[in-house]
Design a protein around this ligand. Structure first.
Ligand SMILES: Cc1cc2nc3c(=O)[nH]c(=O)nc-3n(C[C@H](O)[C@H](O)[C@H](O)COP(=O)(O)OP(=O)(O)OC[C@H]3O[C@@H](n4cnc5c(N)ncnc54)[C@H](O)[C@@H]3O)c2cc1C
Length: 503
């Protein structure tokens, strides 16, 4: 490989480490950062490579999308987080190739050697083969997605404020969220709060109660991974917030401004200015790259099937952790869930295991501790399932807040978040409501999330801030307002409104 690529040799971060084993960690998310920290006191030289220069706390992306917190509150520069660790070198780059037989990786066109490789590149979103939906219904995986959703929501509200036609206003105030898992439910609750409460005082023409939020799920209950009682409680809370949940709804097709679903009662069409996708996850492409270069198994989703120590059977020097791995050595045989907790624990374990290997001490065993799961639904209401103990309402929210603050790797952000949450509870104000900027496209080419919107795909472009909304409105004017364009006998309002909507 070095023959094809310039071979990169860097001085170790610390001269005492010139003969130490070299651990290369790819991905500075939950698992990668935790592995790095677990190796802090070990005599190894660590290189942490990430295509972004920051660690992102994905569980709070929905709060960025709904203006509760801003990007800096959920993201921390990797150099700030682990760069001060004496044995760590942080590099910005996208790993594109793996060559396990030569113990090398390629990033930014350069070959780089390792003794141990930890792959922690996480996952992206999946549209189940319908990549063309990506630009109609943004997902929530990277910061730019959350900011794009916020921009679409705010732009729709701004347009609604100056829309005289009642039907068109309703269209602008309608949001469809696809996926009734934790992200979809959290998003639905937060959007409802944003539109009904925060906007109530600030918008003079809008009636927040006419806002429509649909949550579409193909199953029979929301939060399917939780016990039924908590699912029902979550459903009740969301419904009390005005969220209409459509069960057994399977999205079949999409265009700007419209979602077409199959339901047990036949086809159902929802017209909405804003559509948000929280439905599918797909592992990082490096799993496939690994399987192309060595004999290793991928599960049906494309995750790398690993041994009990997260290594590959034929390559004990390679560990795969976090969302990218399929770890089945659990007590019940079910794979570890793709969540922050397992990613954190696996990263910590692998760090300790490599420490034991280089120091010749007894190797640890991985025992997965399942803390449970939770989802916040309203300003101070959440559901939480903690090892069989079920909580909802205010206590659920308190547990949710404590867990998220504990998991947040940056101490300063913990204080900022707590402060912003408390302000929001008391004042019902949101602190991050600026309509700004274009999403950066500089996130690499091989992840589907990088193509946002997809090139060469018909649909709204985000090249101009309100393009998505314009496409939706244009669809609305052509298809939907045809209904409202029929003058209602005896009402002056109807004809004037329809003209305005069609403009
Ligand atoms: C919207 C949302 C909400 C969530 N809510 C929760 C929740 O409430 N609770 C919970 O437990 N879990 C939640 N999760 C899941 C949780 O965030 C993931 O399980 C966790 O982030 C996985 O950690 P990871 O370290 O495997 O990957 P990540 O945290 O995704 O980190 C992967 C890193 O690898 C980098 N990378 C990727 N490819 C490359 C490459 N080729 N070269 C270099 N770097 C690369 C990325 O830039 C990234 O920094 C949520 C996820 C999302 C998207």
């Amino acid at each position: 490989m070095a023959g094809d690529h310039f071979f990169l040799e860097l001085e170790p971060p610390n001269k005492n480490l010139s003969k130490a084993a070299h651990v290369v960690i790819v991905g500075g998310g939950f698992a990668g950062v935790r592995a790095c920290k677990a190796l802090a006191k070990t005599d190894v030289r660590i290189t942490l490579i990430d295509k972004r220069n920051f660690n992102l706390f994905q569980p709070l992306l929905y709060q960025v999308a709904t203006g509760l917190v801003s990007r800096e509150d959920v993201a921390t520069p990797l150099r700030q987080l682990v760069g001060k660790q004496p044995n760590v070198q942080v590099l910005l780059g996208e790993v594109s190739q793996l060559n396990p037989s030569q113990k090398q990786i390629v990033f930014n066109g350069k070959a780089y050697s390792y003794d141990y490789l930890i792959l922690a590149t996480g996952s992206g979103s999946s549209y189940f083969g319908h990549e063309e939906w990506r630009s109609f219904a943004p997902t929530m995986k990277i910061l730019e997605h959350a900011e794009e959703i916020r921009r679409r929501l705010l732009m729709a509200m701004e347009q609604a404020e100056q829309m005289p036609d009642a039907h068109a206003r309703q269209f602008l105030q309608t949001v469809v969220i696809v996926g009734g898992g934790p992200s979809g439910c959290e998003m639905a609750g937060a959007v409802s709060e944003l539109m009904r409460n925060a906007m109530q005082r600030e918008f003079k023409q809008l009636d927040p109660t006419t806002t429509k939020i649909y949550l579409v799920d193909p199953g029979e209950r929301v939060l399917r991974a939780m016990p039924e009682g908590l699912s029902n409680s979550a459903q009740r809370t969301l419904e009390s917030l005005g969220v209409e949940i459509i069960f057994k709804g399977r999205v079949e097709s999409m265009q700007p401004g419209e979602v077409i679903m199959s339901t047990p009662n036949g086809e159902q069409r929802l017209q909405a200015a804003t559509v948000i996708w929280t439905a599918g996850v797909k592992p990082s492409h490096l799993g496939k790259k690994l399987a192309e270069s060595i004999d290793c198994e991928l599960d049906r989703a494309g995750r790398v099937v690993v041994e009990a120590d997260f290594s590959i059977r034929t390559h004990p020097d390679i560990r795969v952790v976090g969302d990218l791995c399929c770890y089945k050595h659990t007590k019940d045989g079910n794979p570890l869930p793709g969540m922050a907790g397992p990613a954190n624990q696996a990263g910590g374990f692998v760090g300790k295991d490599i420490t034991a290997l280089v120091s010749g001490s007894t190797r640890p065993r991985f025992d997965w501790f399942d803390f449970g799961s939770m989802a916040v639904l309203d300003r101070i209401a959440a559901v939480a399932n903690l090892r069989g103990l079920q909580f909802s309402g205010g206590i659920g929210w308190l547990l949710w807040a404590l867990a998220h603050l504990a998991f947040m790797p940056d101490r300063e952000n913990r204080f900022t978040l707590l402060f912003k949450w408390l302000i929001a509870i008391v004042s019902q104000q949101r602190s991050a409501m600026l309509l700004t900027g274009m999403p950066s496209q500089h996130i690499g080419n091989d992840m589907p999330d990088a193509h946002f919107p997809m090139p060469n795909v018909k649909g709204p472009s985000i090249a101009t801030p309100d393009a998505a909304l314009k496409a939706a409105m244009s669809y609305y004017s052509q298809q939907v307002s045809g209904i409202s364009a029929q003058p209602k006998a005896g009402t002056d309002e109807s004809s004037e409104d329809s003209v305005a909507a069609n403009k």
